[in-house]
Design a protein around this ligand. Structure first.
Ligand SMILES: Cc1ncc(COP(=O)(O)O)c(C=O)c1O
Length: 495
């Protein structure tokens, strides 16, 4: 049965005078507030806080926490986002008092353990990426993209070259062109072939001395590894440009190949996808970047340096683009990534990639029989199916959305839909390496069952969730993020 408390605002549960805690009478002489705080800083009336009992607070928030799906409660095949299970030991390590009680203003000598950890992480990421210079500062993948493009811009400025353009394949994540724009550059789209690979002819046509960077996601957002990468890197380098590797899909190639070895000059990691870290909710996140030795001087500072015995923060460098994040970035997320890498080791990371690819191919081999997968029979860590046939079969206008919504009724989080834009009615499915065969089978069976259901069931799904079909455009454009009391004509707050 639906719990009414979970859908009421805590303000609606409020009753005047209700309390969770009653403090004893004050036994020191009271001083008028005005003597303690200048009156201009005093509010005219108390804030309209909810007045509730302790069980009401506990039940309210516990119930709210069950309304959403999460990786800890459900299979979450949200393509491109890599919603894999995060081992709890990494959470425990990141919560150790020696880590959470550190203050970023502490002198380096008193934070040697943390600096050693961050230095080791820099080295690990350099080894995994094949790119020797690392900045741990950016706060997310998209922030890493922006930072790397600023590094590239500084590099070209220093060489006296004007290169205002960034090339981006049409299958790229939206953050790629957005980062180019934020870095003050112009994003130009490069077409993909029907196989989902970069159209080399189109690339060559657009590649000239105005191009600073070609941003590439490999494996790409269709879950395909573009084997032309070495040729692409040659073409871009011949014309003086740089290759940026969007590392969102690194979980597919960990320990198998390295971006630095196949021609990338810069890349970001999404530690929450490739390693371990909380997803979503606006952060905190991290998006470390790795670059070639040549680009090192332009990286943001501080960077952890070491002489083998001591560790210190190098705060400035003449050509650095400066700081892109306060203090040292979101260290807690970096600690989780460090623990993850250390606990798997090189061989373990390779197996992570193998299982991510195996799971995706297993699911692809089942799904392709009832939903076409236009880019073929094989994939890396994810694949993109198309729900287009359901348009004709069932008269549905937006079948990918309808199927995604119906999956929620069966306790599966929806795949990513309508991305990449190159596949009509796209359903991007990424099972990740942490799922069992039984879970993959259950998902495939449910998906098959849904494609066989009557159209009305799909059109109105989900039927079991608290909110069925919110107006997503309005929610994004006019979000109402806080509750405010309405006031009656006398100015009294109404709840
Ligand atoms: C391919 C790709 N690139 C970049 C990003 C942006 O990463 P972040 O969400 O960490 O900013 C994402 C996020 O999903 C992605 O899938």
């Amino acid at each position: 049965m639906r719990n009414r408390q979970a859908t009421q605002l805590i303000f609606e549960l409020s009753r005047p005078g209700r309390r969770a805690v009653r403090l004893p009478e004050c036994d020191v002489p009271e001083q008028p507030l005005e003597e303690l705080v200048p009156s201009r800083h005093l509010a005219g009336e108390p804030p309209p806080l909810p007045e509730v009992t302790e069980p009401e607070v506990v039940r309210h928030f516990t119930n709210l926490s069950t309304l959403n799906m999460s990786v800890d409660t459900h299979f979450y095949p949200l393509g491109s986002c890599t919603m894999k299970y995060n081992p709890k030991r990494n959470e425990a390590m990141a919560s150790l008092p020696g880590i959470v009680d550190l203050h970023p203003y502490q002198p380096d000598e008193t934070a040697q353990g943390m600096l050693a950890l961050l230095f080791a992480l820099q080295e690990m990421l350099a080894e995994i990426s094949g790119l020797p210079a690392v900045s741990l500062q950016p706060a997310a993948g998209a922030h890493g993209e922006l930072t790397a493009l600023m590094v590239a811009a500084a590099h070209f400025r220093n060489r006296g070259e004007e290169r205002p353009r960034v090339l981006v394949p049409d299958s790229a994540h939206g953050t790629n062109p957005a980062s180019a724009k934020m870095a003050g550059m112009q994003a130009i789209t490069v077409r993909s072939t029907s196989d989902g690979f970069v159209d080399l002819e189109d690339l060559e046509e657009k590649l000239d001395e105005r191009v600073a960077v070609f941003m590439m996601t490999n494996p790409n957002t269709l879950g395909r590894f573009d084997g032309q990468i070495v040729r692409i890197a040659e073409l871009v380098h011949e014309r003086g440009g740089l290759i940026y590797l969007d590392g969102a899909n690194m979980n597919a190639i960990l320990g198998k190949t390295r971006p630095g070895d196949f021609g990338a000059d810069m890349m970001h990691f999404n530690p929450h996808k490739t390693f371990s870290g909380p997803h979503g909710g606006g952060g905190p996140g991290a998006g470390p970047i790795c670059v070639t030795r040549e680009l090192d001087p332009y990286l943001p500072r501080p960077i952890v340096r070491s002489d083998g015995e001591r560790y210190w923060l190098e705060h400035s460098s003449e050509r650095s683009i400066g700081r892109v994040r306060s203090f040292f970035g979101n260290v807690g997320v970096l600690v989780r990534a460090y623990c993850y890498i250390l606990s798997y080791g090189g061989e373990g990371l390779r197996r992570v990639a193998e299982h991510a690819v195996l799971n995706a191919n297993y699911l692809l081999s089942r799904v392709k029989h009832f939903l076409p997968v236009p880019q073929g029979d094989r994939c890396m860590h994810e694949f993109v199916a198309s729900a287009t046939p359901l348009k004709q079969q069932k008269g549905l206008k937006q079948p990918a959305m309808d199927v995604a919504k119906r999956l929620l009724d069966f306790g599966f989080h929806a795949p990513t839909v309508y991305f990449p834009l190159t596949v009509p009615e796209a359903m991007m499915i990424e099972p990740t390496e942490t799922e069992s065969r039984e879970t993959l089978d259950a998902f495939a069976q449910t998906l098959f069952r849904i494609t066989d259901e009557p159209a009305e069931l799909l059109r109105e799904a989900p039927h079991t969730t608290w909110i069925s079909r919110p107006d997503e455009v309005r929610a994004a454009r006019q979000p109402v993020l806080k509750w405010e009391p309405t006031r009656d004509a006398t100015g009294d707050a109404q709840r």
